[in-house]
Design a protein around this ligand. Structure first.
Ligand code: BTN
Length: 247
């Protein structure tokens, strides 16, 4: 999948660089990677802590020929690929996926995924898949307010890991799953996601467009929305603009 790699010392956000390249016609598989980001961003307008040389900060271009509403499935696919790669790289850590696409160890976040899509007439023109992994960060690298909710592979394992091995492992997994997805659709990916999820079968406070409610996530639907069972027995689909809080 990876056609060319653009490496930078310091960028504002690898998402911005990849987007500019995509607008200039860069092909699927163009990978932007940086040692440091000065404005790394996460979902819902959050910042992504990106200290120099410690984490993996990368964004790559996808040009899938599909309708815009399939984009959430690509996010879930990316989470499965990353979870599998990190489980292998950081054995024996128990790494799981919190819906839609956070990777957690013992309830603390070690990695986040940000997919930004550009569409034309309801079809995807390109997708920028951004991945941040807290690999060799130490406690001192996190702002104090994040210490209860974020961690790194080094903190959990007690030793540093080679970042290029992790990147290679991720793309190996991603390529395999992307091929399966393009051939067989979302069903096989959905099963893998459900097996790696730490979100399912636990009653959770959900923040929906319609307000807050307590429900139990029970799986994904074919679109990639999370299905949650409410106390009255009804099942509602939850889309990724809505939130499942941590804890
Ligand atoms: C999240 O958990 O909210 C998503 C975090 C995504 C962070 C990565 S780091 C590489 C890429 N560049 C960015 O500015 N963000 C993504």
């Amino acid at each position: 999948l990876v056609q060319s790699i653009r490496s930078f010392d310091s960028v504002d956000s690898t998402q911005n660089i990849a987007q500019r390249l995509a607008e200039d016609g860069a092909p699927e598989g163009t990978l932007v990677i940086a040692e440091q980001q000065t404005s790394g961003r996460g979902r819902l307008g959050r910042k992504w802590v990106s200290p120099s040389g410690k984490g993996i900060y990368m964004s790559f271009i996808l040009r899938p020929s599909m309708p815009l509403h399939f984009a959430p499935q690509l996010t879930l696919l990316t989470a499965v690929a990353l979870c599998r790669a990190l489980r292998t790289a950081a054995e024996p850590l128990d790494i799981g996926i919190k819906w839609p696409n956070d990777l957690l160890i013992g309830g603390k976040k070690i990695s986040g995924i940000l997919l930004e899509s550009t569409a034309e007439e309801e079809r995807l023109r390109y997708v920028i898949a951004g991945i941040g992994i807290s690999v060799n960060l130490t406690q001192d690298d996190f702002p104090p307010e994040l210490l209860d909710i974020a961690t790194s592979l080094q903190i959990e394992l007690g030793k540093p890991l080679d970042r290029s091995d992790i990147i290679a492992g991720f793309f190996e997994q991603f390529e395999q799953l992307y091929a399966v997805y393009q051939k067989e659709g979302f069903a096989p990916i959905r099963m893998l996601w459900e097996a790696l999820s730490v979100t399912l079968h636990k009653p959770t406070r959900l923040i929906l467009a319609s307000g807050e409610t307590v429900a139990t996530p029970i799986g994904l639907n074919e679109q990639g929305a999370l299905l949650a069972k409410k106390s009255d027995g009804t099942v509602v689909p939850i889309f990724s603009s809505e939130q499942v809080p941590a804890g």
